[in-house]
Structures are given as structure tokens and as C-alpha cells.
Design a protein around this ligand. Sequence first.
Ligand code: FE2
Length: 391
Amino acid sequence: MPTGVHTSALSLRIGFALESARERTLRALAPLSHEDLTIQPTPILSPLVWDLAHIGHQEELWLLRTLHDERPTERRFDDIYNACEHERSERSALGLLEPAEAYDYVAHVRERVFRRLPGERFTDEEPLRRGGYAYHMVIQHEHQHNETMLQALQIRDDLVHPLAELWRPARVEGRPAAVRLDAGEFTMGSDDAGWAYDNEQPAHARRVGAYAIDSHPVTNRDYVRFVEAGGYADRGLWSEAGLEWLDAEGEGHPMYWRRSPAGWSRVRFGRVEALPPDEPVQHVCFHEAEAYARWAGARLPTEAEWERAVPRLSYVGQVWEWTSSSFEPYPGFHAFPYEGYSAVFFGTGRYRVLRGGSWATHGKVGRHTFRNWDLPIRRQIFAGLRLAHDV
Ligand SMILES: [Fe+2]
């Protein structure tokens, strides 16, 4: 990155973090063909070339246009690359940039950002500049889309990716112990003005009753027992919404699993392999997580229980973990810097919170206060569960 008399330690760190997010994006996309980049892999995910140009558009919007009043590259990008304007299922029909154009666009935006960065003043008076906030938001955004792009690669079971060996959760070693926590108050959320998203703020006191929570997430070995015990056929284990999902989809095991006379296998980034018993289970939806917990005589933790227990949990950051909580604002929430990130999802009761982070979640995002959320039927997420227990 450029250096100069105005380069502060923070702008240096930001420059490196921007570069490392971009390297990650390009590493994942470089082996892909024009067709791999442009097809709509499924109605629930975007064509990869949309994600790529959308990453550049957000960067231009916040770091060039909002912070520095620069003019937009093309006005129409504000429509086609706005995630709030178009469902993922329609995005391939929007007249998107071609892959070569999208690569050029994101590189050009980045070049302009790097011209601005050395002279940037991270003044406390402007919330978007305080602690590097807008830059950190853009860095996190690129990493979050990297994870979404990995979901899109995984869902293409005909696409073998050369980096696939790197893309798996760590094994769970040892047996889970139920960790008991007494009733008490803790500080939930974050006041980190440089990094925290609006939905993590403000930090506030939260009281939680006594409970226990497993030190480890549920493994494939555990989950096979549930499947083989007839968990998907035992209707008493499923909520009403869960039964609706089950009846509509006719599923009998997690997404990407296959059953053969030789045992369980799974498809992972285009390759079939034996199901590793010691990995945390992935690709279950909220309804499956909830039914498993009921079968195991346990329940899902609330997000407050999850966050409070973090210092005592193992294997956090290998799979997202479904919680029983709906996605709602913390007391004192205010939308920043725009309504579209979190606020429009509150109050609908449609979304469940996931906590932790997966093997595909970058460290700039995977913090213990980070809140992810999705519809309870979604399975393409690298998500599993951890059990909580009443005491
Ligand atoms: Fe986005």
C-alpha cells in the first residue's frame, strides 16, 4: 500500500486487512470458469460474479462516495448491486458485469481507496471514521461474502475446487462435558466503536438463569445416532414449523449427506468422502437442530446463554451454532450506518440467531459478540448446534 507522512498505524493495519480480504476473495474465485462465476447456483444464493462486484460496490459506496464525496462509477450499480433491492434468485438476470469487468471494477475501486487511505483522519467526531469504522465494516463485509461464496461453491456438487482440502472444520476431540453456570448477570454485546456492527451494540447488563451448556458442539457421530434412531420420523420431536418443513422437503438427514450400504458419506466441494465422525455436524437447519436437541433430552441455548458461556466453550468458530433466540435489537439499539444491515430484519419473528462462526468465518468477523441470523429452514450455512440443559 502507499505510504506517506500521513500514514498512521491504523491506516497501515487497515491496508493490510483490506489486502488480505481481497487475496482470500481472489484465491477462491481464480480457479473458476466464466460459467462457474455467472450461473445462479440455487435460488437462495447469488451468482458469484454478483458477490464479487457487490463487494466492490459497497467499498466504493462507503469508502469513496460517503467518506470522500467521490462520484459513482455507474449509477445503475446502486440498483443491481444493492442487496436490499433484489432477491438472490433474480440477480443473474440483472445485467450484471461480466467476470472480467467485475474483476477490473473491484481492482479500480481498491486502487482509489488506497490513494485515499494514507491521508485518512480517523477522527472521533465522525462515527464512520472513529476507530476506522467504515473501513472495518468494508473489510468484514468482504469476509462475510467470502463465506457466502463458499456456500455457493459447496452447493454446486459438480464443482471440484482445488482448495477444498483447506475448507473443513477441525475435529472435535474428546467427549463434551456439560458446563454448569449459576444464575447471574453479565455484559452482553459490544461498545467497540471501531468494529462492532449496530446489532451488537450497545453493551448492556443481561441476567440469565442457571443452566448448563456442552463444552463441544454436536458431532457427526452424535447426529448419525439421531438419524438412525428414526429422529426424522418421530413427529413428537419436531415443532409445528419443523413438521411443515419436514413434510415439504422430505428430508431424512443433513444436507450433503449420502447413505450407502458401506455407511454414511458426504459431498464436500464436489468430492464424495466418508463422513468424518469427529467433525461437528454441519448443514442442518434450525428445525433439525431443535429436533436433535429434544431427542437428546436437551435444548438449544439462547444467544445470551451462548455469549455468557463463551470463555468456557471449546471448538467455537468451527461451525455456526443455532440458538433458540429470534433476531431482535438490544435495548438502546440504533441503526448505524444504515437500516438495511440489521434493522429491517428485526421484529419479524422470522429469523433465528446463530452464534460463533464457522471454519469459513474470518477472524475479523468471528468474535464472541457477533450475531448472525437466518431463516430457520436454511441449511446451506456451515451451521450445527451445541446443546444446553436446564438445571
Ligand atoms: Fe453484502
